[in-house]
Design a protein around this ligand. Sequence first.
Ligand code: TIU
Length: 222
Amino acid sequence: MINVAATPFAYTFDPAKTALIVIDMQRDFVEPGGFGETLGNDVSLLAAIVPTVRALLDWCRANGVLVVHTREAHRADLADCPEAKRLRGNPKLRIGDEGPMGRILIDGEPGNDIVAALAPTPGEIVIVKPGKGAFYATSLGEILRLKGITHLLFAGVTTEVCVQTTMREANDRGYECLLIEDATESYFPEFKRAAIEMIRAQGAIVGWTAPMAALRSATVVI
Ligand code: TIU
């Protein structure tokens, strides 16, 4: 068992029963010309966490933690994209429109690739999800159940949208969830701060949070 100095109190997990869920570290959100930028966001903030997410991936790979990546994506025919989502707001380009990295938020397009530094290695699980939460309309829950997973570590973007939604879905399904604070980011720093606070408030009502350094210096307990 591994014991992490987390907030609001220590988080203990068995690596063999734990999965890392890396949420949507895809070019659509992290690089200029993708979905994130079409929504009016400055994407440079998100690129800054790539080295920390890579360090977390390497730690999990070295310590026998199951690695799961997600991508937010829709079918090329948009059959799984609600009109309410496609027509929401006033973006420069809508889901399915042709952008500089291919069609916006469409599975298989260059912009939908996970950024090169965080590319899945052979055998790692990639979940393609049409919603913000990774359990909605995917096989994630079934895969975690079949692998006997009880604990989830979280990283990725954005903290208050897809990461928080997925953590809440996971918490309601009975998983013990730890968010790595410096391996997640938002286009809005104040939203990241608030999401972290609300996740760990009330005695870890949604889950725990800890910086990557706390995982690196975690102690092994019997
Ligand atoms: N816009 C925004 O903050 N996020 C998303 O649309 N998707 C994810 O968080 N992945």
